[in-house]
Write a protein that binds this ligand. Structure first.
Ligand SMILES: *[C@@H]1O[C@H](CO)[C@@H](O)[C@H](O)[C@H]1NC(C)=O
Ligand SMILES: *[C@@H]1O[C@H](CO)[C@@H](O)[C@H](O)[C@H]1NC(C)=O
Ligand SMILES: *[C@@H]1O[C@H](CO)[C@@H](O)[C@H](O)[C@H]1NC(C)=O
Length: 286
């Protein structure tokens, strides 16, 4: 009992303290490089994170291999400032190893996105790994539920270079070449990550709504000749209805604006996330 309840508890504490963070998803298509991971990669491994008693989100601990792709999900912070954060985040790393801490002061619309993308080439430059380490890098929010298998399937036919993928803003638009992709989750190919690191364009334009600012970089830099609009596989939770919402449906990659536990429960129930719970003499969930 003791050992199994501890991680849940610490994740509860961890996320209730640190609420300005986003998630990243790193993807390599074709598992060939990662054959050794195959045998671990069968099951999605969701872990529930409860925040403030009534909001929780789901992370999928890394590494995992999905239908031939390696997908790593990390929580991304700027510098930790409080003593309790240092202990709790260290515990999280020891248990799940799913944390990135950037050299910045915690913020949302003052350059964290730039720090994040521009730090990755060096952070992930490991002599033990091939370079580039991933084909695609995503930034998403902690109120977005991603179905990673469907995400991977949608990427397979797409170019591996000069790609900008996501949910086109404004909500009614279906043209990815006009504006930008919503911060609920946008993905770029690795060459654009390197461009962000090297180009003066992002460096000189850091402030503002991060998803819109990102779109400005792409436009100004004439990047992303390949774009993919994942609407309506990505959408806002159906309630309250707006032009950005869609009912939950099987063809889903991401559901956004899961702002409370009720919305998370409805979404996870709809997608049968817990229906394969392994039977055990230790519990019964009807
Ligand atoms: C973040 O922390 C590192 C290591 O403690 C420090 O060197 C750096 O100056 C800090 N950066 C910011 C922006 O506070
Ligand atoms: C990656 O590491 C190699 C060898 O240490 C180095 O030559 C290269 O510049 C590094 N690249 C990046 C993006 O840090
Ligand atoms: C969830 O499971 C039910 C019952 O097996 C099935 O009818 C439904 O299609 C599943 N939903 C999804 C989104 O896969």
């Amino acid at each position: 009992m003791k050992s199994s309840s501890k991680p849940e508890q610490h994740r509860f504490i961890l996320s209730s303290l640190l609420f300005i963070f986003f998630l990243c998803v790193l993807i390599t298509i074709n598992g060939i490089r990662y054959d050794s991971v195959l045998r671990f990669g069968r099951h999605p491994n969701p872990s529930l994170i409860n925040t403030n008693g009534d909001i929780f989100c789901v992370s999928f601990t890394a590494p995992s291999l999905r239908r031939g792709a390696q997908v790593d999900v990390k929580f991304v912070f700027c510098n930790l400032t409080k003593e309790d954060q240092k202990v709790l985040v260290a515990l999280e790393i020891m248990r799940y190893d799913d944390i990135i801490i950037l050299d910045c002061k915690e913020n949302m619309n003052k350059g964290k996105t730039y720090t994040y993308f521009s730090s990755l080439p060096e952070m992930l430059n490991d002599t033990d790994r091939p370079y580039p380490p991933y084909h695609y890098v995503m930034k998403t929010d902690d109120d977005t539920y991603f179905r990673l298998d469907n995400l991977v399937e949608s990427l397979k036919p797409l170019p591996r270079e000069d790609l900008y993928y996501g949910y086109v803003i404004p909500c009614r638009s279906m043209d990815p070449f006009v504006h930008y992709m919503s911060g609920m989750g946008y993905m770029i190919s690795w060459d654009i990550v390197e461009w962000i690191r090297e180009s003066p364009i992002p460096k000189n334009h850091l402030e503002g709504p991060e998803d819109k600012v990102f779109g400005d970089w792409i436009r100004e830099g004439h990047r992303a000749k390949n774009r993919y609009n994942a609407k309506w596989s990505m959408y806002n939770f159906p309630e309250p209805p707006t032009q950005c919402t869609h009912e939950l449906w099987p063809d889903t990659i991401a559901v956004h604006l899961l702002k409370n536990q009720v919305k998370w429960i409805q979404t996870l129930t709809y997608f049968n996330v817990t229906s394969n719970l392994k039977p055990s003499k230790l519990y019964h969930i009807p």
